[in-house]
Design a protein around this ligand. Sequence first.
Ligand SMILES: Nc1nc2c(c(=O)[nH]1)N(C=O)[C@@H](CNc1ccc(C(=O)N[C@@H](CCC(=O)O)C(=O)O)cc1)CN2
Ligand SMILES: Nc1ncnc2c1ncn2[C@@H]1O[C@H](COP(=O)(O)OP(=O)(O)OP(=O)(O)O)[C@@H](O)[C@H]1O
Length: 188
Amino acid sequence: MDKPELRRRVLTARLELSDPERREAARGIREGLLADPRVTMAGTVACYWSMGSEPATQGLVYALWKHGATVILPVLRPDSDLDWAAYEGPDSLRPGPRGLMEPTDARLGVDAVRRAALVLVPALAVSRATGVRLGRGGGSYDRVLARLGPNAPSIALLYDGELLDEVPAEPHDRPVSMVATPGGLVTL
Ligand SMILES: Nc1nc2c(c(=O)[nH]1)N(C=O)[C@@H](CNc1ccc(C(=O)N[C@@H](CCC(=O)O)C(=O)O)cc1)CN2
Ligand SMILES: Nc1ncnc2c1ncn2[C@@H]1O[C@H](COP(=O)(O)OP(=O)(O)OP(=O)(O)O)[C@@H](O)[C@H]1O
């Protein structure tokens, strides 16, 4: 299966989830992450503000911020690379391009993500064998993951059934080190 076909399949399956199924999945993902010291001990966490049918991250972002972490969120650049800015509470976001909500705080630059002790990554699917992830196709997170050191943990947030035996990979694809599913964290 090629990337566009797998993207369509996963997005279709996500649209078929009911609201209670989505809420329950987001709760499991959030609780698994917030129970892990690698998450709660991170001084700076790079996260993202979920949209559409993605597993919801709003409660997670809020909990990390309340807990005292610096949470940075992506700002999409015209070249699909990602700038970053701090989450400063529920009023610190505004609508951005492509249906995204983006932070209004000062832009920190594309390299700000290197200061994160943990990077949470959107994905449509991840390979159990290699950690290679399928994204929306802009290559944004391929560039982000390429900037991180080899030991910086990166966690993709997935619904059940999205950790797959095989995900189509190209040379520029960068693996994540873990996935967070409704059932808990899986180290790859
Ligand atoms: N929540 C979230 N934020 C993110 C990403 C993401 O995947 N999810 N990105 C990951 O790289 C970057 C933004 N990249 C994006 C690339 C494509 C589309 C996109 O295709 N949007 C559709 C509408 C999708 C929908 O409503 O579900 C569109 O514009 O038609 C959106 C964001 C940075 N921020
Ligand atoms: N390091 C990079 N610098 C510039 N462009 C890149 C880089 N990595 C990937 N790209 C480009 O991004 C495009 C999309 O790649 P791909 O289909 O693998 O995206 P994806 O990983 O699914 O999406 P995303 O990372 O945005 O979630 C490709 O055309 C690729 O050439």
